[in-house]
Design a protein around this ligand. Sequence first.
Ligand SMILES: [Zn+2]
Ligand SMILES: [Zn+2]
Length: 104
Amino acid sequence: MAVITHARPSLEADYRTLSTDDQDRFDQLMERADHAGPHDYQPLMDTLAVLTGITGEIRKCACSCWCPVIFDADRDGHVIEWGEGYNLGRHQCGRCADEHPETA
Ligand SMILES: [Zn+2]
Ligand SMILES: [Zn+2]
């Protein structure tokens, strides 16, 4: 039976495939998003979406295996730690959560 694949937006990006400039921008935007108030948060996520090609609650895997996966934490992933007083917290991507889930 033929497998029909529908074009859909990718759900993951790879940090290593970003240019060095984009990696710097990504890090800075994430840093700002972490401290941003509710009003500033979404525009930062939108900018990150353009940068990475994925949308949603953009997180980079915070696993101790230094995984480069950037993903939408609304769809996937596992919360290691909710950010106390910050927005982002620490999340693992789906694969890491399956293979070696971490807790804070
Ligand atoms: Zn991961
Ligand atoms: Zn991992």
